[in-house]
Design a protein around this ligand. Structure first.
Ligand code: HPA
Length: 273
């Protein structure tokens, strides 16, 4: 067995020794959005530290654990905290949790993040449905020997974000009276925020929001045949769009401020998945 598969199998065995819970939906909570976890009817919690060889985050605000439980009647596994490429992990490690959640049974992947608004019509505090993505600025997580057990060598990315899930999220938003923007998410490596010139460039190539996660997770999920949807919380306008300087604490605070809306949207949507 390939090393990466062996590592994944080891993590899977470790989780399976602790719980037989089979999730339908996997949810990844972004920076400052961890409050959603309070709305899960918890069946079991497992700290990432308890899973042998599992990548563990070093960033404040990315407390690391899996929460297994129910949103309505829907069995979910929720990642509270994720690891990022900028922490020095390889892309294989960054996407390992996504692969693990699929092997645990999750068919649907709900990705969330805090992101900078590139589209000038956005405002800090907006929520954006991710329609498509640009991941040209970070290594592809599928580089290396293909894990044939997971998916094919050249997976199609022409519809990464599932159309039906997009409709479902839009309907949930209108029911919750939430104005939902939509657009293209670009992943850059970070950890520095972008320069104004970089943001102008991103705007010109069709990007609406920018962040440091998500796109590679979506690629790994799609490789394994997951149905994917994503919501960005526009925690700040990106560099140069306004005169404001950026810092991580403010980004987290702003993301936390729309937490109620964000939770309402996710709960309503996931109950129908
Ligand atoms: N740039 C990149 N990543 C981010 C930003 C940003 O402005 N805000 C939150 N995550």
């Amino acid at each position: 067995m390939n090393n990466e598969m062996a590592r994944l199998q080891k993590c899977l065995n470790c989780v399976r020794k602790a719980t037989s819970f089979v999730p339908k939906v996997a949810v990844v909570l972004g920076s400052g959005l961890g409050g959603f976890a309070d709305h899960i009817r918890v069946a079991y919690e497992m700290s990432y530290h308890e899973i042998e060889d599992f990548p563990v985050s070093t960033v404040p605000g990315h407390e690391g654990k899996f929460i297994f439980g129910y949103v309505g009647d829907v069995p979910v596994v929720c990642m509270k905290g994720r690891v990022h490429y900028y922490e020095g992990y390889g892309m294989n490690e960054v996407v390992l949790p996504i692969r693990l959640m699929k092997l645990l049974g999750a068919e649907i992947l709900v990705l969330t993040n805090a992101a900078g608004g590139v589209n000038p019509i956005f405002r800090a505090g907006d929520l954006m449905l991710i329609k498509d993505q640009i991941s040209l600025f970070v290594p592809n997580p599928l580089v290396g020997e293909n894990l044939d057990e997971l998916g094919c060598r050249f997976p199609d990315m022409s519809a990464i974000y599932d159309r039906e899930l997009q409709v479902l999220i839009r309907e949930a938003a209108s029911e919750c009276n939430i104005v939902l923007q939509s657009g293209v998410y670009a992943q850059l490596s970070g950890p520095s925020y972008e320069s104004p010139a970089e943001i102008r460039f991103l705007g010109k190539i069709g990007c609406d929001a920018v962040g440091m996660s998500t796109a590679v997770e979506a690629i790994a999920g799609k490789h394994m045949g997951m149905r994917i949807c994503g919501v960005s919380c526009i925690s700040n306008m990106a560099a140069g769009i306004t005169d404001a300087a950026l810092n991580h604490e403010e980004v987290q605070e702003n993301a936390g401020r729309v937490g109620t809306q964000f939770c309402g949207l996710l709960i309503t949507a996931i109950q129908r998945m």
